[in-house]
Design a protein around this ligand. Structure first.
Ligand code: LCS
Length: 403
């Protein structure tokens, strides 16, 4: 069994005809049959092989094998986006009349998928603070079949203690889906703590280069795989061969990148925590994080994402975001470049003010995805941006006094 930093280099790299070190890209929609009988056998599942790229493709399969191996799972199913992976996981496990418990701090569209799309198909959901296991326990109903957890949650970085959570769900006959996007298997392996299904937005750290939108579902056994594969074949939201190739290439440096993201994010979070203009900072690697102890046990690092709020709230945050030079003002996260964004008006705007309030996503919360640039340059950029925000608010205050 290879160590994770070796596995990222070698996982999913099978053999090929010319012994190419990098597997070829099978940029094809369909595969010819030797004869009609062989085609019929492939469709009947009597022999292995490729038929049509929505149902499977060798380049996509290589990526699926790589992510499944890294997660310690049985098999992966590559999807056209992280949301396609979330949808595939939920639509495969749920039926009309079922109830889902979902973490309150999740990527905004995940929450709205449950509350505005799946609700139309007779699926009920309860949104809870999954860092509070008593709250999760109280949310169970006789028809609860799925518990959906994002940990650390986007964007509050609330952490759920997965082992007791999974035990609680299994005792009640429910399955646990964990969105492992923020951690990647390098920092957290949900199957180790009892999760049943892992989902990812490949768009983020796994690809790491901000040039692909993709997702992945990882399952634990062959029965689940066959169920999910049939479901994805019908739902149809698969990833293409070229995007799969790019993500697979990105994964080779995943271990190095995650190490750097964690080291730099801790430095940036520590800088922010001591800054007099910063009201609060949330980062799993800081001792001040409310679930720091769970993070130490369950995660091999704090990850690359930090949330914080300036003392001047939303106005100060906006002024700061408009003043950054190195950090990009953009949504998404997990790429090599640092990005900054405002969840209440951007990634989590779709949830509405009430749901954001429930999830502790304050209007002044600013989220930074710490890239792999020199951490001093990132800190310097945030420092000058906060200084500009302060000087703008001083000018405004002075204006008020003289007015
Ligand atoms: N899960 C998590 C934890 C995410 O952060 C996202 C996207 C998704 C799933 C969906 O993945 P996608 O379909 O975009 O590949 N998060 C985003 C964010 O925070 N900013 O922009 C996208």
């Amino acid at each position: 069994m290879l160590a994770p930093d070796s596995l990222v280099v070698h996982a999913g790299i099978g053999e090929n005809e010319y012994l190419a070190v990098v597997p070829p890209i099978y940029q094809t929609s369909t595969f010819a049959f030797d004869c009609a009988e062989q085609g019929a056998d492939l469709f009947a599942g009597k022999r292995d092989g490729y038929i049509y790229s929505r149902m499977g493709n060798p380049t996509v399969r290589a990526l699926e094998d790589a992510v499944a191996a890294l997660e310690g799972g049985h098999a992966g199913l590559a999807c056209g986006s992280g949301m396609a992976a979330v949808h595939t996981a939920l639509a495969t496990l749920l039926s009309a009349g079922d109830h889902v418990i979902c973490s309150e701090s999740v990527y905004g569209p995940t929450c709205t998928l449950l509350e505005t799309v799946l609700s139309r198909f007779g699926i009920e959901s309860t949104i809870v603070d999954s860092s509070d296991l008593n709250a999760v326990q109280d949310a169970f109903r006789p028809n609860t079949t799925v518990v959906y957890i994002e940990t650390p949650g986007n964007p509050t970085l609330a952490i759920c203690d997965l082992e007791p959570l999974c035990k609680m769900a299994h005792e009640r006959g429910a399955k646990v889906i964990v969105d492992n996007t923020f951690m990647t298997p390098i920092l957290q392996q949900p199957f180790r703590w009892g999760a049943d299904v892992v989902v990812h937005s490949l768009t983020k750290f796994l690809n790491g280069h901000a040039d692909v939108v993709g997702g992945m579902v990882v399952v634990k056994d062959e029965d689940q795989y066959s169920l999910f594969r049939k479901s994805l074949n019908h739902l149809g939201g698969v990833l293409g061969p070229f995007d799969s190739f790019l993500v697979h290439r990105g994964i080779k440096t995943l271990s190095l990148r995650m190490q750097r993201h964690c080291e730099s994010a801790l430095k940036v979070a520590t800088y922010l925590e001591q800054h007099p203009s910063v009201e609060w900072v949330r980062y799993p690697g800081l001792e001040s994080h409310p679930q720091h102890e769970v993070a130490e046990r369950q995660m091999a690092g704090g990850g690359g994402v930090i949330s914080f709020e300036l003392a001047g709230g939303i106005e100060a945050g906006r002024a700061m975001m408009n003043a950054v030079r190195l950090c990009g003002l953009a949504v998404s996260l997990g790429g090599v470049e640092s990005l900054i964004q405002h969840p209440a008006s951007m990634t989590h705007a779709i949830m509405g003010a009430e749901a954001r309030h429930r999830a502790h996503i304050t209007d002044g919360l600013v989220r930074v995805s710490v890239g792999i640039e020199n951490p001093n340059d990132i800190i310097h950029d945030l420092d000058q941006a906060i200084a500009q925000s302060n000087s703008m608010s001083n000018t405004a205050n002075a204006g008020e006094i003289h007015a």
